[in-house]
Design a protein around this ligand. Structure first.
Ligand code: UDP
Length: 361
C-alpha cells in the first residue's frame, strides 16, 4: 500500500509525526507499506515549519509545493493545482490528510477527483461556526472522505448525521496526544526561562491567532491590555503567531505582565504549558494538550469543535470579551481548578490503530 501523506501547517506537522513513526515501525513486518510525504508550503516560516520537522524527527518531505500565503481562494486553488501534478507524477493508493487547514481540504478534493481513496485523520469534529474557515474545510473534507479516523464518539455521531457510512468510521484516539506522550521526556525550558525568572506554576501562557480575536487591531489591543491587567503580578508568556504580529506591527503596547516571544518550537512550548499556572488561548490543539496535562485552559471562543476538552477536560470556553474572561478567571482563582479527566483512547496509540486499520482496507 502506497500512502501519500499531506501536511501544510504547524498543527499538521505535529499530527503526522506519530503516523509516520507508526508506518516506519509497521514496514519492518509489512514491506509493501510505503509513504510519500508532501509539504504544501502553507506554513513556511521557520518557526512554524522547519523547527517541527527537526524536533519531531519528521523526515524531509519528498516534495514541497511551496504555495505560501494568499487569500483563502488563492491558497486553496494553488494547493490543488500543485497537488494534482504531484499525484499524476507519483501515483498512490491512498491520500492521508489531517486536521482542518486549507491543505487538508484542497488535497482531499484533488485526490478524490483523481479517484484516489481519501483518509481523514481527526474527522467529524464540528464547531457549528460557519464563519471559521476551518469548519468549512472540515465539512467539505468529510463529505468526500473514504476512511474516517476520529478522536471522540461525538465526532462519530457527527459523521453519521452527515450521512457517512458507519463501517468506515473508526474512533481511534488522538494523534496530537500520541506526539505529546512520545516527547514528554524530551521537553526543555526555553532560553528566556531564566531571563524572565519564570517559576513552575507561577506564570501563564497566552496564544491568540484566530481572526475573530486578532484581525481587528483596536479590539486586539484592548484584549491584551485587559489580560495584562487581569494577570495581577503573574507573568504571561505570549508566543506571538505571525498573523497576530502582522496586525500589531511595531506598536508599543506598554504591557506590564505580558512578555512577547517568538512562536516556540514544540519541545519548549510543551515545557511552558506543562509547568504553567493556566493557559489563555484560542487554539483547538492546545485545549487538548492542556486537558491531558491537567492544566487549566481558558479558551477565548464562543464554541469548540472539541467539546470533550470542556465536558471531560480542563478547558473552559470564555467567549471573546475581556469582561467575561475576567469574571470566569476571578471565579477560578477563588474556587480552584475544576475536576477533570482524560478522554477515552487519548492514550498515545492512535497512530498505530490507524495504520493497523488501513492495512485491513
Ligand atoms: N504550538 C507550538 N508553539 C507555539 C504555539 C503552538 O509548538 O508557540 C503547538 C502546540 O502543540 C499546539 C499546536 O502548535 O497544539 C497547534 O497550534 P495552533 O494554535 O497553531 O493551531 P490550532 O490547534 O488552533 O489549529
Amino acid at each position: 500500500m502506497k500512502i501519500t501523506i499531506v501536511a501544510g501547517a504547524r498543527p499538521n506537522f505535529i499530527k503526522i509525526a506519530p503516523i509516520i513513526r507508526a508506518i516506519e515501525n509497521k514496514r519492518k513486518i509489512v514491506p509493501t507499506l510505503s509513504y510519500r510525504l508532501v509539504h504544501t508550503g502553507q506554513h513556511y516560516d521557520k518557526n512554524l515549519s522547519d523547527t517541527f520537522f527537526t524536533e519531531l524527527n519528521i523526515p524531509k518531505p519528498d516534495v514541497n509545493l511551496e504555495v505560501k500565503s494568499g487569500s483563502q481562494a488563492e491558497q486553496t486553488a494553488a494547493i490543488m493545482v500543485a497537488f494534482e501534478k504531484e499525484l499524476l507524477q507519483n501515483p498512490c493508493d491512498l491520500v492521508l490528510v489531517v486536521g482542518d487547514v486549507n491543505s487538508t481540504m484542497a488535497c482531499a478534493i484533488t485526490a478524490k477527483k483523481l479517484h484516489i481513496k481519501v483518509t481523514h485523520v481527526e474527522a467529524g469534529i464540528r464547531s457549528g461556526d460557519m464563519t471559521m474557515p476551518e469548519e468549512i474545510n472540515r465539512i467539505v473534507t468529510d463529505s468526500i472522505t473514504d476512511y474516517f479516523f476520529t478522536t471522540s464518539v461525538t465526532a462519530n455521531d457527527n459523521l453519521i448525521k452527515y450521512g457517512a457510512d458507519a463501517r468506515n468510521i473508526h474512533f481511534v484516539g488522538n494523534v496530537m496526544i500520541d506526539t505529546l506522550y512520545q516527547n514528554l521526556d524530551r521537553i526543555s525550558a526555553p532560553d528566556f526561562w531564566e531571563d524572565f525568572n519564570l517559576e513552575k506554576d507561577h506564570y501563564m501562557v497566552l496564544t491568540l491567532h484566530r481572526p475573530a480575536n486578532v484581525d481587528e487591531e483596536n479590539s486586539l489591543i484592548e484584549l491584551l491590555r485587559g489580560i495584562d491587567e487581569m494577570a495581577g503580578n503573574r507573568k504571561i508568556i505570549f508566543p506571538i503567531h505571525p498573523r497576530t504580529k502582522a496586525i500589531l506591527g511595531e506598536k508599543k503596547l506598554d504591557l506590564k505582565n505580558i512578555f512577547l516571544v517568538a512562536p516556540q518550537g514544540y519541545l519548549h512550548f510543551m515545557f511552558l504549558i506543562k509547568n504553567c499556572f493556566a493557559v489563555i488561548t484560542d487554539s483547538g490543539g492546545i485545549s487538548e494538550e492542556t486537558t491531558v496535562l491537567g492544566i487549566p485552559c481558558f479558551t477565548m471562543r464562543n464554541n469548540t469543535e472539541r467539546p470533550e476538552t470542556e465536558t471531560i477536560g480542563t478547558n473552559t470556553l470564555v467567549g471573546t470579551s475581556i469582561e467575561n474572561l475576567k469574571k470566569i478567571f476571578e471565579r477560578f482563582l477563588i474556587n480552584g481548578p475544576k475536576k477533570a479527566g482524560i478522554p477515552e483512547l487519548w492514550d498515545g496509540k492512535a497512530s498505530e490503530r490507524i495504520i493497523d486499520i488501513l492495512l485491513q482496507k
